[in-house]
Design a binder for this molecule. Structure first.
Ligand code: T68
Length: 824
């Protein structure tokens, strides 16, 4: 047993006590939210003991630690996951049941901490889970946004954004740690003096604004090993009288300004994914959490060590995309200005400490800060960036004499901008992509010049997901069945799931597998009935596309195909057609017009199709409101088909694709991102692959695109679908509702390149792939084999595997074993 405190009677007493001391109530009087809090505090008691034990063990081992720096951690709910990882889920469920409390209902009381947009933030969360489970010392460092990703409401088919006040009821799992607060300074000017004794330059920042960064720690519980790591997210507070410059004392205006800055800085997560918005506040957020995290990191190091020149032996910093890359000059600043190292010494330490992960090749996602903004906000940091750039360009000119083209492409400072990716690549010791194909594209196209100069820095780390959340927690029926069949080793070693492979030839096993899928479809249908009021037939094919809404992800292609199917059914009512349910879930960035129009289109098609009795329920379309981690778990468990249809070369990896596979849904997709590796593992015959290859897409792009009108005028069925965007069919007669979408496909006046994402080009191959899905699904035996094989071949896609690769190739950490922190 993980802890005696989870013994039924002990645990029940603890919950009763908590309800009493927190709320002066008995269990019967307490609200579900209060019970959630009381249960969480009881669980936290156990966690704290292990947390202390972990930190003690790390201290004794003097172990190297990874600092995973990320603007986003999309954690999802903590209670259920913590119980799973403490192997106490069923005990606690039973204990609560005896008190007439349903654990699932209590879990639903927890707000979904949504401090992230999508894949990048969720990846960070999976990585933390794996780091703890694999016994590696780690910190996640980020921001405690007061408002996370907005809540999505659908009103009249349109997305409406509602603020996500996730801290309203208080977060039972976090610890505020005021005593570790750090000051972060912005703006002002830099004066420099010579130190009269050493003759060194000293840089003095004057007339700056500052805020106090206050850390909140959240426990990251490893699976069954008593390891608890820390996710440290920073809140901001004004520095009022204390610590203000002498000269500023009593300066009321300044105090108010600093108050406002502090409030604003951690107020809200920017809700863009794969898109850079160049807002000053965003840069403030970046520097704020990086400066605070690095100060804390150095302070911790110095408690045990006195030679800062060896910092890199005890810490490594992984930068999750370019968002935290201001860590490079900030670490230089701390080493030079605060620790007294010279440039060369500081460079040696910094460049052995920092590593960078790239998550996208989309040009609009690349961070390039205007120099005037950057230098005004971070004057000392800017000086350091200039020096990094100056020294680097000397190297470039040495290596490529007379080649000013290279200089232009590779410089950090160019055309009035600070190019953050260039800085990260030049400064760190590792640059990784997130799937094989993506890394190859980085090396051979996007970052070719850098790869030529620093080939040793480049490496691939194919993404992964945690099977603890996305199978053990999200799909308890399948998890239980797998454990019955092959034992529970898969929970910490997903390669063991391959032991299911022989079961594809076991009819009984196949039937059970499909029965579980059916039950999960019923569970999802109930959720949809409750939330959308739509009645679904769980025997229909559940075809699911859930991910952020983005043109390159091509939800538009999916819905156009549904419009096409609907036309077909109407026109040929006699044609054989296996009933299909198409399920979407997606948030659009608030200012992303085409994305929002796509949501409206999906909902309007849903309205028409779902209410057309003449098609006998053959086709249903559902848009899940407020897609997030908690309902994602239901969706993966229930999906028959996984839609992964990005324009080839655009999706760096994808991770949803892996979650579907783990839960037994074959991929309907393009050869993009990690789909390529999924197909490699499961075999092409167990996936439905279609469309242009990444090389074909890149070739077209190099030619300036293709002409979609050639397709439009030669495929009348497709033309008809596209024309329906403009004839009011799905717009109550309004001819303008979808004109942006229509124009994005065809109109050269409105877009630089019509059909940039090759929707028309891939349409017929996509429709044909759907035909293959239908045919395969009709053959129950074949389908059940495919489904089991997808689960059985998913072993590679555990984030445990990914983390072991980061550890071996980049971080060089050692495992630390932690004795239980529980009192005997
Ligand atoms: C995603 N990126 C990739 N970005 O699109 C996906 N961007 O292919 C990959 O699997 C995943 O990262 C993990 O590697 C994102 O999710 C963002 O969310 C984002 C946020 C802010 C700014 C730019």
């Amino acid at each position: 047993m993980y802890s005696k405190r989870f013994e039924k009677e002990t645990f029940k007493a603890e919950v009763r006590d908590n309800v009493k001391t927190l709320y002066r109530k008995t269990i019967d009087e307490a609200t579900p939210q209060q019970i959630f809090q009381a249960v969480s505090y009881a669980v936290k008691e156990v966690i704290i003991d292990d947390w202390l034990a972990s930190q003690k063990a790390y201290d004794e081992a003097d172990a190297k630690t990874v600092y995973y720096m990320s603007m986003e951690f999309l954690m999802g709910r903590a209670l259920g996951n913590n119980l799973i990882n403490m192997t106490a889920y069923s005990e606690v469920k039973e204990a609560l049941k005896e008190m007439n409390i349903d654990l699932n209902a209590i879990e639903d009381e927890e707000p979904d901490p949504a401090l992230g947009n999508g894949g990048l933030g969720r990846l960070a969360a999976c990585f933390l889970d794996s780091l703890s489970t694999l016994n590696y010392p780690a910190y996640g460092c980020g921001i405690r946004y007061r408002y996370g990703m907005f809540k999505q409401k659908i009103e009249n088919g349109y997305q409406v954004e509602v603020p996500d006040n996730w801290l309203k009821e208080g977060n039972p799992f976090e610890l505020r740690r005021e005593e570790y607060a750090k000051e972060v300074r912005f703006g002002g000017n830099i004066r420099f003096e010579k130190d009269p004794e050493t003759g060194k330059d000293i840089f003095i920042q004057e007339n700056y604004e500052s805020v106090l960064a206050i850390p909140y720690d959240m426990p990251i519980v490893g699976y069954g090993n008593h390891v608890v790591n820390t996710l440290r997210v920073w809140d901001a507070k004004a520095i009022t009288d204390f610590q203000l410059d002498e000269f500023d004392r009593g300066n009321y205006h300044k105090a108010v300004e600093q108050e406002n800055l502090a409030k604003l800085i951690v107020d809200v997560l920017y809700p863009n994914d794969n898109h850079y918005s160049g807002k000053e506040l965003r840069l403030k957020q970046q520097y704020f959490f990086i400066s605070a995290s690095l100060q804390a990191m150095i302070a911790k190091y110095k408690k045990k060590h006195n030679d800062i020149r060896k910092l890199h032996e005890k810490v490594v910093i992984q930068m999750n995309d370019t968002h935290p890359t201001v860590a490079v000059p900030e670490l230089m600043r701390l080493l030079i200005d605060e620790e007294g190292l010279n440039w060369e010494e500081a460079w040696e330490v910094m460049s052995k400490t920092c590593a960078y992960t790239n998550h996208t090749i989309m040009a609009e996602a690349l961070e390039k800060w205007p120099i005037d903004l950057f230098s005004r906000l971070l004057p000392r940091i800017y000086q350091i960036v200039q020096e990094i750039d100056r020294r680097f360009l000397i190297q470039v000119r040495e290596k490529y004499p007379g080649n000013e083209e290279k200089v232009k492409k590779m410089a950090i400072l160019m055309d009035g901008q600070v190019r953050m990716a260039n800085m990260a690549i030049i400064s760190g010791f590792s640059v990784n992509g997130v799937a094989k194909l993506h890394t190859e594209i980085l090396k051979n196209q996007e970052l070719k010049d850098f790869y030529e100069m620093f080939p040793q820095k480049f490496n691939n780390k194919t993404n992964g997901i945690t099977q603890r959340r996305f199978l053990a927690h999200g799909n308890p029926l399948l998890a239980g069945w797998i454990t019955d069949r092959i034992g529970d080793g898969w929970l910490t070693d997903l390669s063991k799931i391959a032991n299911l492979k022989p079961l594809v030839n076991d009819e009984q096993a196949r039937r059970e597998f499909m029965q579980i899928k059916h039950k999960n479809k019923v569970r999802l249908a109930e959720y949809i009935k409750k939330h959308n009021g739509i009645e679904l037939d769980p025997r229909s094919i559940f075809d699911v596309q859930v991910k952020r809404l983005h043109e390159y992800k091509r939800q538009f292609l999916n819905i156009l195909h549904i419009m096409y199917l609907y036309n077909q059914i109407k026109e040929h009512p006699e044609m054989s057609f296996y009933p299909r349910t198409f399920i979407f879930g997606a948030k659009a960035a608030a200012g992303y017009q085409r994305a929002k129009e796509t949501i409206k289109l999906i909902n309007s098609v849903a309205d028409v199709v779902n209410n057309d009795r003449s098609i006998n329920g053959k086709l249903k379309v559902v848009f899940i409101e407020d897609y997030r981690v908690s309902n994602a778990e239901l969706l993966f468990a229930a999906a028959d088909v996984s839609e992964q249809i990005s324009t080839a070369s655009k999706e760096a990896s994808g991770t949803g694709n892996m979650k579907f596979m783990l839960n037994g849904a074959p991929t309907l997709g393009t050869m993009d991102g990690a789909n390529v590796e999924i197909v490699q593992e499961v075999g092409e015959e167990n996936a439905f692959i279609f469309g242009l290859s990444s090389q074909e897409v890149i070739n077209y792009e190099n030619q300036g695109g293709y002409n979609p009108l050639d397709i439009y005028f030669n495929d009348w069925e497709l033309k008809r679908v596209i024309d329906q965007l403009m004839d009011g069919t799905y717009a109550n007669g309004d001819h303008n509702m979808y004109k942006n979408l229509y124009n994005s496909l065809l109109n050269t006046q409105c877009t630089a390149r019509p059909d940039m994402y090759f929707i028309l080009k891939d349409f017929r191959p996509y429709a044909e792939a759907h035909k293959r899905v239908e045919e395969a699904y009709r053959d129950e035996q074949r389908w059940s084999k495919m489904a089991i094989l997808n689960t059985a071949c998913s072993g590679k896609f555990s984030s445990d595997r990914t983390i072991e690769e980061y550890v071996t190739d980049i971080w060089k950490l050692k495992k630390v074993y932690v004795p239980s922190g529980q009192p005997e």
